[in-house]
Design a protein around this ligand. Structure first.
Ligand code: SAM
Length: 282
């Protein structure tokens, strides 16, 4: 008896350049939808579980989202003096950042996501990661984060910019005008953190974030983490505050799956080419 062979395999590829891409073999494409802001795709992959991409760039996968969500929340929480309780998330429509803030004991989180469809899709395909959206401590607003920071008088211990890369609706989240408004929303000792891209493949995201923050805050620092499904796996975050950016003892912070106290110290130690990028932009 002949066994039918499946000759065509399905792949999702994120293009990094004309000559380079990262490809995931996929079992199925679960969704492809064009919203008013962007295209959202969901794939069931072989190696990384479900994957969400926006405009062809990986936003999260079930297997490695913990790195990004721990590092964007736990590092600034460790620097804040005392225990941060009030958080603002700009972007973050998958709910992973808000869910992680609740795990850390935040009692009030405002999450402002511009695209309501990212939230709906995440609730359906990533119910565990997005569970914060059904928690009464989280207030979800479907709105432009730039408009929100202009209009609100609310104050926060931590502002987290969990956005797409600096194109389209996220472009205005990488400029100093945005950070001028963010600064007014910070409680004493408060911090703002943003994802600032791959230093290797997206140096512009890192330099834009650095210069925008430095125009407004006296203290700015970049740290890095290993995120396998983001370009090059080597990812940066940039944090800013009016207060000094020295990690406290943060004994209240538990270890995560990626974050621990050694990672907290080590993540601020930057390779020379990253330091040079930041220096050249000063
Ligand atoms: N972890 C991800 C990454 O670095 O690839 C980011 C994930 S999260 C899905 C990014 C979200 O930022 C998107 O859902 C997008 O709609 C949202 N976003 C982009 N610009 C925004 C803006 N101006 N205000 C609020 N949300 C915005």
């Amino acid at each position: 008896m002949k066994i039918a062979m499946k000759l065509i395999e399905n792949w999702f590829s994120e293009r990094y350049s004309d000559n380079l891409q990262l490809s995931f073999r996929v079992m199925d494409q679960l969704l492809s939808v064009k919203t008013d802001f962007q295209r959202i795709d969901i794939f069931e992959t072989y190696d990384f579980g479900k994957l969400m991409s926006i405009d062809g760039t990986v936003q999260l996968t079930e297997r490695d989202e913990f790195v990004y969500h721990e590092m964007i929340t736990m590092v600034p929480s460790a620097i804040f003096r005392g225990r941060p309780k009030k958080g603002l998330v700009i972007g973050g429509g998958d709910g992973g950042t808000a869910s992680q803030l609740l795990k850390l004991g935040f009692d009030h989180v405002v999450n402002v996501e511009i695209d309501g469809q990212v939230v709906e899709v995440s609730k359906k395909y990533f119910p565990d990661i997005s569970k914060a959206f059904s928690d009464s401590r989280v207030k979800l607003l479907v709105d432009d984060g730039i408009k929100f920071v202009h209009d609100t008088d609310e104050k926060f211990d931590l502002v987290i910019v969990d956005s797409t890369d600096p194109v389209g609706p996220a472009e205005g989240l990488f400029n100093s005008n945005f950070y001028k408004y963010v600064r007014k929303l910070l409680n004493k000792g408060g911090l703002v953190v943003t994802q600032s891209g791959s230093p290797f493949y997206q140096p512009k995201a890192l330099t834009l974030a650095n210069s925008a923050m430095k125009a407004v805050f006296p203290n700015v620092a970049t740290y890095t983490a290993f995120i396998p499904t983001y370009p090059s796996g080597f990812w940066s975050f940039t944090v800013a505050s009016d207060s000094e950016l020295q990690p406290g003892d943060a004994s209240w912070l538990p270890d995560g799956k990626y974050f621990n106290k050694e990672v907290l110290k080590g993540c601020f130690m930057l390779p020379e080419f990253v330091k040079a990028l930041i220096r050249e932009n000063e």
